[in-house]
Design a protein around this ligand. Sequence first.
Ligand SMILES: [Zn+2]
Length: 211
Amino acid sequence: MTDLSALSPVPPGARDAVLKFFFGPMDCGKSTLALQMNYNHSRQGRRGLVLTKHDRSGGPQVTSRIGLGLEAIEVEDSLDLVALVTGHDSIDYLICDEACFYTVPQIEQLADLVDDHGVDVYAFGLASDFRSVMFPAAQRLFELADEVCRLQVEVLCWCGRPGLLNGRIVGGEVVRTGEQVVIGDTDRSPVRYQVLCRRHHRSGLLGEGTA
Ligand SMILES: [Zn+2]
């Protein structure tokens, strides 16, 4: 490998595996960081799988809004993640994008992979839904992860305060009831999402020019 620059190859089994959860609101760059992390690990000679669910592209790949993309495995509810990984040859790490949408048993499987199979798991996702209630899978990640990191790629509410929560907007109004997962984010969908500060998520004020 001639392009390692400042990075060294890391031998397998050099340390305990870890489960890390990176969370942040929509559009804060989670998928971009997931792709960067995969790139760094693979350059250092480590073997990984990239998983996602409900990616915005509609297909099983991780895409980011700054234009990067990578083929990925779609995590169906019935997919056993331990069986998936042990069915591949010597996997060192997993990149789990959109992990907030996995099932709770799948989060348990991620912990099993770390503890029983020495696989590093890097999970990325939203913490809370449009009501500011934690997704079940995200809650389990908070409970089980070795490290939980709020992403520091700052996004702002329309008022300039840090954007921490995801508002679901239907007909120009913030809504607070409905299905936990509704995929908006397309031009044709009547549902859209807007990242808001806590104050404006709670009050429902959307600001001029954002409705
Ligand atoms: Zn605000």
